[in-house]
Design a protein around this ligand. Sequence first.
Ligand code: C2G
Length: 446
Amino acid sequence: MVKVITYGTFDLFHEGHYRLLQRAKQLGDYLIVGVTTEEYDQTRGKLNVVDPLMTRIENVKKTGFADEVIIEEAAGQKFRDIQKYQIDIFTVGSDWVGCFDYLNEYCKVVYLERTKNISSTMLREKNRHIQRLGVIGTGRIAGRMIPEIKCVSGIEAQGVYNPHIKSAQRFAETWEINCYKDLETLYDEVDSVYIASPHHTHYGYIKSALAHGKHVLCEKPMVLERTQAEELFQIAKERNLILFEGIKTAYCPGFERLLGIACSGAIGSVKSVDACFTKLEDADQRELTDLEYGGSFTELGSYCMLPIIKLLGTGYETVDFHTVKGGNGLDILTKAQFQYENAVATATCGLGVKSEGQLVIAGTKGYILVSAPWWKTNYFEIRHENPDEVERFSDRFLGDGLRYEVGVFLSMINGSRRDEFKLTRGDSIALAGVMEKFLKENRGKN
Ligand code: C2G
């Protein structure tokens, strides 16, 4: 008798799960299915799981493919189960290729092709809805996004579009998703889009996606003009759609705690915020070669301005930019200085210049030091006049951190307003306004 085992969360049970179990059963004579507990999913960074464990088990049983269902509750359990149940074949979807090769020592490992199309009809019959997400643009960030989407239950990457068809095809093959040759077909098959195209194309894509009734998660900087942001949010509001700027720090657990503490009076009244984010990039990268929209500030300014506007508000009196330019005239280092009625702030961005990536929030009773990389906010300290008096805080930041923004995007689509304050429409409009001023002064854009 050939014994097969597979594992999964099986949340919002869909045909991808069904087909996986069907083929797993066909691999042998006896199929054991391990269903994950909520606690285990939390530790492995899987967000937004909806169905309780018992429902997920029932759904697996209903397929009739599982001869036995067990519970997966800890990392490292798989290899113990394989020995305990004398398993011949371990199988899982091809989105996990390579991850379980270490089990080859104990049994045969088979990766079954993942199901690309989750059809909406089957989901509607079951009265559940999984967001099918279309990806527009295939840059590096889009490649980092796909594995993060997998960590959020209830949303699936459905396919990709890029006007450069070869890039889209390559991306689709790598991530086993559909490749759309035109936007209309993509819109026909998705419920929402993730826009990761070059900055200046965001506005057009967002407008077209909203016009097609799609929710939008757009990479930062969402748009480069204040009136564009105002217009797009207005359209989204009228059409009852979510438009959401993806600045991952805004949604990560540590940053939320940091803001709560900074606003609680723990360091008195906040008088200054200094945020620095620098990266050494290869000189041939788009960020350092796009003379119109590249450069350090358009690339990294959104991150550095985030703690400033969250802590001091969007009502600054003035903002000035001081830059160092590289050989081609693009800013490789920018300091944006904000003057508020009763506080000051700087956003320091470097591309090709490296510095300490920390965030310092100074108050009348002490200060908060968020160690590099502050944008992940996994460790910070409250310090006072007395150097021995230090309070330390640490938080989880899993993977690339993009899963947090995807999780919030999804719960907002599903009607939750709980996280709306994390990056408000007003915040995104203000950020676009600063970008606009920078581009006017630095590039002579009107
Ligand atoms: N799957 C698939 N096609 C999809 C979606 C999922 O073939 N469109 C497969 C996955 O590859 C996995 C199974 O269905 O083999 C269950 O998927 P999930 O519930 O998302 O569970 P997952 O997070 O992949 O857990 O320890 C847990 C396992 O490592 C897998």
